[in-house]
Design a protein around this ligand. Structure first.
Ligand SMILES: CC(C)(COP(=O)(O)OP(=O)(O)OC[C@H]1O[C@@H](n2cnc3c(N)ncnc32)[C@H](O)[C@@H]1OP(=O)(O)O)[C@@H](O)C(=O)NCCC(=O)NCCS
Length: 322
């Protein structure tokens, strides 16, 4: 299966792929990725975003993968194909790329259209963690019970305290490593910058983002970061509570407040992503009325060495010097 540099492909050739991708996300997830796809296409055309397209014998595009390399991490932005063997070819091309030889880490947050992507990744030594995409009708969210807590709106100056809260809430967890690989505060600040300013996780909704103050001014007790995925869907991009204040109803109260702030307009659904193995969070969302709608894959692995390369690479295919 030939895989070519996607930067050589014509915009018209890729247009059906973008349209199908937008349709799939919108239909299955209620998430309109139009801005993210437009940014990818702009970066591709400018030569800034590396990737590959796979074609059938007639030259039609049957798969797309793209990735970027930043601060030692190779981030796979898309890995899509109609067949599993094409996914494998695309993945091998990424792992054989010159950028891969410089990367210390590889990561992808993927929403594959077909099965078998997890197997392809696992065989190439990625750890694959399913991330459940949950949703709830706004009018079906169970109201929080228990003592009322003081929830207040987000302010721009909350960023440093929010980064400290996230570092504490996610310390030592695999999910945390996906956002901040070494759990450092600067990584959490960078993560927050991405949620607040890039459309990757939806458009930040400051008016529907809430926090709970902590015992000291520089600390937050809890945080729910909200983004908009489409006119009818808001997304809880982050829910975190200080470990010292767990099980006091803080997360439930904040989600309840977001629901109230979102009501009265076009919003119909609330969605979020939760790691399959995050039992406390899954229990919380189940209690509030969320149900599973789909699954993403969070894939990560460390540096590629000759011994740990992909099956094809390990079999001796010519690879870029690493
Ligand atoms: C998940 C998290 C946000 C919950 O916050 P919280 O304020 O403790 O949650 P609440 O007090 O509102 O819990 C409401 C209900 O959720 C369930 N729940 C919450 N934490 C639980 C736990 N550790 N074990 C079992 N059930 C739990 C319970 O049913 C609980 O009700 P109960 O205490 O009356 O039994 C918090 O544990 C956290 O910050 N975790 C780390 C970050 C994270 O994983 N965020 C979610 C990402 S999707």
């Amino acid at each position: 299966m030939p895989c070519d540099d996607w930067r050589q492909a014509g915009a018209a050739e890729l247009a059906p792929w973008y349209a199908a991708e937008r349709d799939r996300w919108t239909r299955v997830l209620g998430w309109d990725p139009v801005l993210v796809l437009a940014m990818a296409e702009e970066a591709r055309q400018a030569g800034r975003l590396a990737g590959f397209v796979a074609r059938d014998d007639a030259g039609r595009i049957t798969g797309v993968a793209y990735y970027n390399h930043e601060r030692g991490a190779l981030q796979i932005g898309a890995l899509q194909a109609e067949r599993a063997d094409v996914v494998r070819d695309l993945l091998d091309r990424i792992l054989e790329s010159p950028e891969a030889s410089f990367a210390r880490r590889y990561q992808g947050f993927l929403f594959p259209p077909i099965g078998g992507v997890d197997v392809a990744l696992t065989r190439r030594r990625f750890d694959v963690m399913p991330q459940l995409y949950l949703g709830c009708r706004l009018d079906g969210l169970a109201p929080p019970a228990g003592t009322p807590v003081q929830v207040r709106p987000w302010r721009d100056e909350d960023v440093p305290a929010a980064a400290r809260l996230l570092a504490r809430a996610y310390a030592g967890t695999a999910t945390g490593a996906a956002f901040a690989p070494e759990g450092r505060l600067d990584e959490w600040v960078a993560y927050l910058g991405a949620v607040l300013h890039s459309p990757a996780c939806g458009a930040f909704e400051p008016s529907q983002t809430v926090v709970i103050d902590g015992p000291r001014p520089e600390r937050l007790g809890g945080l729910v970061l909200t983004t908009r995925l489409s006119p009818s869907t808001v997304h809880l991009a982050q829910v975190a509570v200080d470990p010292d204040q767990h099980r006091r109803g803080l997360a439930s109260a904040m989600i309840g407040r977001v629901a109230r702030l979102s009501s009265g307009g076009a919003t119909r659904d609330v969605t979020l992503l939760v790691a399959d193995d995050n039992a406390p969070a899954r229990r919380l969302y189940e209690r509030l009325g969320f149900e599973q709608r789909s699954v993403f894959l969070l894939a990560s692995r460390g540096r590629i060495t000759r011994q740990s390369a992909s099956p094809r690479v390990a079999e001796g295919t010519a690879v870029a010097a690493r």
